[in-house]
Design a binder for this molecule. Structure first.
Ligand code: PRT
Ligand code: MG
Length: 212
């Protein structure tokens, strides 16, 4: 049995064509069913639905043989020992710094002043501002980062941006791009050894489909 951990939403939607290229079709629709373990047309392949941030944990500890997870989540979780054979080029976005319209980011970035930054991505934000030699106070949030600059909780946020519509709707502006993000395939090291042939087959099919 091969178990693949996926999160509902954009990653699930974007991985379906890649799964299909590997001959795998998921038989349940996660939006209609309440099942957390989904069957596929392959009797020896199943899909686990987990929170995006839990995917690295499931794969690391062998609860799943492989999974698909955003680079943002991988960098932030600091998961060790996960084999990452492939950038799947799906669920693309970027991680950026954003501030309230009219906020002087350049001045705030100058030595001496101290900025407060709210984010779910504390590790990524810490590394980024440290690399610039700027001292920031970080506030950890779990969602709706956009509210922080609007309420005075923080001067800036570090968050994912895709179309930019969410920032615009909340009178925020993207002032600096930290990095581009896409989702990666992650594989449990032991599973790779014990189930090498079927796992390789999936990796190879994905690799071929990504190139197209
Ligand atoms: O939602 P939940 O709390 O369950 O978990 P999650 O947010 O970690 O999962 P999910 O499914 O929302 O995102 C999974 C992965 O998709 C992320 O880890 C990213 O790698 C990737 N991804 C790609 C995105 C986006 N694009 C994206 N736009 N994840 C989130 N967003 C959010 C962003 O945080 C912001 O709130 O969408 C909003 C911005 O979108 P635009 O288009 O308005 O700019
Ligand atoms: Mg989300």
């Amino acid at each position: 049995m091969i178990t693949i951990a996926l999160s509902k939403g954009r990653i699930f939607d974007d991985i379906l064509p890649l799964l299909k290229s590997a001959g795998i079709e998921v038989l349940d629709d996660p939006d209609k069913s309440r099942k957390l373990i989904l069957d596929t047309n392959q009797p020896d392949v199943r899909v686990l639905l987990v929170r995006a941030t839990d995917v690295p944990t499931y794969v690391q500890y062998g609860g799943a043989d492989m999974g698909v997870v955003g680079k943002d989540t991988l960098l932030e979780s600091g998961t060790q020992g996960l084999y990452q054979p492939l950038d799947l080029q799906i669920a693309k976005c970027r991680i950026s710094v954003a501030v309230r319209e009219g906020f002087d980011y350049a001045a705030a970035m100058k030595q001496g002043s101290r900025m407060t930054v709210a984010t779910k991505y504390v590790a990524i934000a810490r590394d980024f501002f440290a690399s610039k030699g700027v001292h920031v106070d970080l506030i950890k949030l779990y969602g709706s980062m956009e509210l922080a600059p609007l309420t005075g909780l923080a001067d800036a946020i570090v968050d994912l941006v895709s179309t930019g519509n969410t920032l615009k709707a909340n009178h925020l502006v993207e002032v600096e791009r930290i990095m581009d993000i896409s989702s990666h395939l992650v594989v449990n090291q032991t599973a790779l050894k014990l189930k090498q042939a079927p796992i390789r087959k999936i990796i190879d099919a994905f690799a071929l489909a990504v190139k197209k």
